[in-house]
Design a binder for this molecule. Structure first.
Ligand SMILES: Cc1ncc(COP(=O)(O)O)c(C=O)c1O
Length: 460
């Protein structure tokens, strides 16, 4: 089987013209696309190929999601086999792949969970907000608990509610005003502690800030707290070990549900199957997506602890059932593919591999600290970031144009990296979230290419 389409400039050009004429792309500016296109035609392992036949090491696994790597032909076979049996039926009925997948997810979570299937990470969080609200209507009759407490610089999705939950001003600006149902608190972004403190002397001021906010809003108005265990979009902020347990204690203290966003963190990415498992917490609601199928099919889920599930259980006349539905939830083909994807992860021990190879890549990236511009190198497993600063003492971010130049240099040298950062002020972080099958030699290439970028562009 040929992995790349044979480079044919005429075919590529026809495709580009068709695309420019008819497709509306997300985020990228069409005017730029007229002169600079990236036409991807194939992938294998950690590598993707463009229409010119050029190979790129994909250090972002697409959009933080192709955890088992590209080119797993057996997933195509699973999809075809399931399509021949049952291509689709609404999930008000039962189907075998979705039941088996929910069973598998429950086992991975350690037991005690039910799974509600949706199609994207945004939908998984959105369903979580609604489940939290409905739970509160059932459990606290007469009270009006509807607010979600979230963190600045977080990203939880692209729908209006998930965008509102997020804390990235520049992503929200074009869509304001929002509902006001999402209340934001300071993130545990220790490199740039919002309180100007240092761990452990800080006494986890960010958790105290969360408690002040809950009390200020009135706990009787708050339904849930949403947190990504390790914040990705801000440029990979790993919190102190006590942070998540302390947030969980706050939730218990005020009768609030803990909603964990594992959309990026989940499925081995951070060195355990789920990132919250590093911290010994037991969330009430868990949003999963991306790595659940390694993006071979669009599928996601909102996983709820059985105490939440029980609130939705009763006689039909009580009207406690889940008050939402979506056409493709529990899709049998997507579920069959996701299940096999997880089986591959388990057979190849990819979570352990992420811990091991991730440490190797972290060490390699940390060696770049010999360059003054490298302010911070951080991460867990294969979720990593390098934050670049003009001055280590002041931590002033490097200019956005320099980050663009680095990303472009890497691309020109066959390496795809991401960029992140906390909002308008801090877009100064290079991010890495490669397929969990990445080899040590490929990690060396990442470090070497970034090093050359900093040297060649004289940004050091
Ligand atoms: C942490 C987090 N939550 C939710 C989402 C939304 O997922 P989706 O793009 O599948 O809707 C994303 C997307 O990148 C994410 O990073």
């Amino acid at each position: 089987m040929s992995l790349t389409n044979s480079p044919d400039p005429a075919i590529r050009e026809a495709l580009v013209q068709q695309d420019l004429k008819h497709v509306l792309h997300p985020i990228v500016q069409h005017k730029v696309l007229e002169t600079k296109q990236f036409v991807v035609t194939g992938g294998q392992g950690s590598t993707v190929f463009d229409a010119d036949g050029t190979a790129y090491l994909d250090a972002m696994a697409g959009l933080w999601c192709v955890n088992i790597g590209y080119g797993r032909v057996e997933l195509a076979d699973v999809a075809a086999e399931q399509m021949r049996k049952l291509s689709y039926f609404p999930h008000t009925a039962m189907n075998a792949p979705a039941a088996a997948l929910a069973d598998k997810i429950n086992g991975l979570m350690g037991g005690g969970y039910h799974t509600y299937f949706v199609n994207s990470g945004s939908e998984a969080n959105e369903a979580g907000f609604k489940i939290a609200r409905q739970y509160m209507k059932h459990e606290y009759r007469g009270e009006y608990r509807f607010k979600t407490v979230s963190r600045y610089f977080a990203y939880h999705g692209t729908t209006l509610a998930t965008l509102d939950a997020g804390g990235m001003g520049e992503r929200k600006a074009k869509f304001e005003p929002f509902s006001g149902d999402f209340v934001h608190v300071a993130p545990p972004y220790c490199y740039r502690c919002p309180f100007g403190l240092s761990y452990p002397g800080c006494g986890l001021a960010c958790v105290k800030n969360m408690e002040t906010t809950i009390l200020g809003e009135g706990p009787e108005t708050v339904a849930e707290v949403i947190v990504e265990p390790i914040m990705s979009g801000v440029g990979v902020a790993v919190p102190p070990d006590e942070y998540l347990p302390e947030v969980e204690s706050l939730c218990h203290k005020y009768g609030i549900l803990l909603h964990v966003d594992e959309v990026i963190n989940g499925f081995g990415r951070t060195g355990k199957m789920f990132a919250h498992q590093h911290y010994g917490v037991s969330p009430d609601i868990i949003a999963i997506a991306k790595g659940i199928s390694s993006a071979y099919m669009p599928i996601a889920a909102t996983v709820v602890k059985n105490n939440v599930f029980e609130s939705f259980y009763g006689d039909p006349a009580e009207n406690r059932q889940v008050a939402q539905v979506n056409t493709y939830g529990g899709h049998p083909v997507a579920a069959a593919v996701a299940l096999r994807n997880i089986e591959i992860m388990e057979a190849e021990q990819l979570a352990d591999r992420a811990a091991d190879v991730g440490k190797y890549l972290l060490d390699g990236l940390t060696s770049l600290k010999r360059r003054e511009i490298v302010g911070d190198v951080r991460g867990k497993g294969l979720l990593l970031a390098v934050e670049l600063v003009k001055d280590r003492a002041t931590k002033e971010p490097v200019e956005a144009a320099k980050i663009t130049a680095i990303v472009d240099f890497c691309r020109a040298n066959g390496l795809l990296v991401g960029r992140g950062g906390g909002g308008r002020r801090y877009g100064n972080t290079i991010t890495f979230s490669p397929p969990l099958v990445i080899t040590r030699a490929e990690c060396d290439r990442i470090v070497d290419t970034l090093d050359r970028a900093l040297a060649t562009l004289a940004i050091s």
